[in-house]
Design a protein around this ligand. Sequence first.
Ligand SMILES: NC(=O)c1ccc[n+]([C@@H]2O[C@H](COP(=O)([O-])OP(=O)(O)OC[C@H]3O[C@@H](n4cnc5c(N)ncnc54)[C@H](OP(=O)(O)O)[C@@H]3O)[C@@H](O)[C@H]2O)c1
Length: 320
Amino acid sequence: MQTRKLGRQGLQASAIGYGAMGFHLGYGAADQDEGLKTIARAFELGVTLFDTAEMYGWGENERFLGRAVRGFRNEIAIATKFGITRDYGTDSRPPHIREVAENSLRFLGTDRIDVLYQHRPDPAVPIEDVAGAVKELITEGKVRYFGLSEAGPETIRRAHAVQPVSVLQTEYSVFERDVEQLFPLLRELGIGFVPYSPLGRGFLTGLAKPASEYEQGDMRNGMDPRWQPGNYEKNAEAVEQLRQLATEKEATPAQLALAWLLAQGDDIVPIPGTRNPARVEENVRAADLSLSDADLERVKAVLPKGSFGGRYQGGAPQWI
Ligand SMILES: NC(=O)c1ccc[n+]([C@@H]2O[C@H](COP(=O)([O-])OP(=O)(O)OC[C@H]3O[C@@H](n4cnc5c(N)ncnc54)[C@H](OP(=O)(O)O)[C@@H]3O)[C@@H](O)[C@H]2O)c1
């Protein structure tokens, strides 16, 4: 698979990365053996960026990912995140960052974290202190690159002045386009971009079901406005239109959604999440799908302002 540069500090990754969150958060029960096969298959197919976080099972997802990549750990980059608390608040105090990073190293079974993200900006801690804490970890060799997630322009600039930021991670897909307003800044500073939930939490694959049909504990059952009656039907209709275009291109809706993201810049590496080896193959093959300018415009025209319904109940994260 094609390799892309993320930031100016040396981080490189396969054009399509992989998100492991779904094994421990968001999408209901998961089969761990199938998961190990999925992650092994992703690596066989050339995926070299694997994403997790402290809060995905409070160590469980990191342990699982560490086990899954043990045989090829030195050939990939592992990204993890600190800074969300168990009650969904934030904590980026420097001693806490260090504690979480040390735990992540232990859980992952590795001596370095390739990308350490602040999961959400913390209004109680100046970003300079956060960047300074990550800088120390980089100096000690425990972390290689610094990332931010859901950060706004001011935070990005101030962080970057203390410790260069290699990558911003924020939700981005055909459904969610707000972050495009930050692309000029990212390009000015040379910061790479990792779209999370690039498949619109699965909606853009064409396999979405009404909210009530997901099991308890699945965030699409009740928590995600895009699945709520009224929005769901309109989004499903839009995805049907995208399916038609995908079929014309001899591709699947998931591949169209990912190829559309890849076409937005060669500094973009989406991290679709799946617990299924066949789906990982499908997703990775999106890197081979080229879209013309006319195709890209057709995708945009289906949902000119993104999906119906916001991306989080109670509103999108505040970019501070
Ligand atoms: N920074 C943040 O705040 C943040 C927030 C959310 C997510 N993330 C990261 O981004 C990664 C991806 O986001 P996400 O998992 O929320 O959303 P996503 O990648 O947009 O969608 C995942 C959903 O799509 C399904 N899926 C994936 N490929 C498919 C295919 N080819 N056909 C049919 N269904 C498919 C998955 O189901 P199966 O697993 O059953 O295949 C899962 O339910 C996460 O794993 C996590 O690492 C970061």
